[in-house]
Design a binder for this molecule. Structure first.
Ligand SMILES: C[S@@+](CC[C@H](N)C(=O)[O-])C[C@H]1O[C@@H](n2cnc3c(N)ncnc32)[C@H](O)[C@@H]1O
Length: 289
């Protein structure tokens, strides 16, 4: 039998302290705060805890900012909608968006393009100022009123631009003739993304590029489902067939495109929701099997 520690002796004090420490540790584990006591696994737990807390507050902050932003600007946007035509309203809101940083993304998107390029869903031609003079651009859209404004913008551009009515689901150019296809804020509103992407694949040269600026459905566990839920409301408000919950990157991958870059960004501009956005650079890759 081992010797009992003597009452009041150093041995007894050490035993009491070690029992107390182990009791505290178990209690902290039970409370989920074991990371406070140090050590490798504790450090990992602490990092995970802080990361989780940071992510939670970041998402909460973004959502709160988004809600405050929308609530603040909706009345003014509705007043604008009563006063302006659809084309004027689009340009007014998009010019604000461009001033808030979207113009920079437009510039980055088409920097370095040259040769034969098609822009799908060119709208009122807000991309036109950013094309280099080495670009020969065919810009198509379905909407005649948007195209009328785009034609006026085309005259002031450095690139050689032909504006034509046409659908992204049947691009009016022969197969494998284009150095690049440009898409800005259009996949959110097309009827059939798969058909558009099949067309893009058809018209691109084997070395051709597809570049896109698109808003996407959030990856967030709360924000993503919320965007699915609110999509019908947004569809009603924008009256342009724009969905807030599309996932263009997944669609590109399913269609066999290789994604070289998908840069996230977000723009807060009066009157428009600050959706999560991506600047995407892709190439056709091998046809899907
Ligand atoms: C949100 S606007 C974007 C306009 C422009 N690209 C920009 O960045 O400002 C979307 C445009 O896509 C056009 N669009 C929608 N579906 C289309 C289709 N299937 N083919 C061609 N254009 C289409 C709409 O008419 C509209 O002008």
């Amino acid at each position: 039998m081992g010797q009992e520690p003597r009452r009041g002796s150093r041995d007894q004090v050490e035993l009491a302290v070690s029992v107390e420490i182990s009791h505290c540790h178990r209690a902290r584990v039970a409370r989920g705060t074991a990371w406070r006591s140090g050590g490798d696994s504790d450090t990992l737990l602490r990092r995970r805890y802080l990361l989780g807390r940071q992510t939670f507050f970041r998402i909460l902050w973004i959502m709160l900012r988004e809600i405050v932003h929308l609530v603040r600007h909706t009345p003014a946007t509705l007043r604008l909608r009563r006063r302006l035509t659809q084309v004027e309203l689009y340009d007014t809101l998009m010019e604000r968006c461009d001033e808030a940083g979207f113009a920079q993304e437009r510039r980055r998107l088409v920097a370095g393009l040259s040769g034969a390029v098609v822009e799908l869903g060119c709208g009122t031609g807000l991309m036109f100022p950013y094309y280099a003079d080495s670009v020969r651009l065919l810009a198509i859209d379905l909407d005649e009123e948007f195209l009328a404004r785009a034609s006026a913008r085309a005259r002031n551009a450095a690139a050689q631009i032909e504006v034509r009515q046409g659908s992204a689901e049947a691009i009016p150019v022969p197969a494998h003739t284009q150095d690049a296809v440009v898409v800005s804020l259009m996949l959110c509103s097309v009827d059939n993304i798969d058909k558009v992407l099949a067309e893009v694949r058809r018209v691109l040269k084997p070395t051709g590029k597809l570049v896109l600026l698109e808003h996407v459905c959030s990856e967030g566990v709360v924000a993503g489902p919320l965007m699915n839920l609110l999509d019908p409301v947004w569809l009603y408000l924008n009256r342009q067939g724009c969905h807030m919950n599309r996932r263009p990157i997944e669609k590109l991958q399913q269609s066999g495109f290789i994604i070289h870059e998908a840069v996230p960004f977000q723009i807060f501009a009066a009157g428009l929701p600050a959706f999560p956005m991506r600047r995407i650079r892709a190439s056709a890759g091998q046809p899907p099997v």
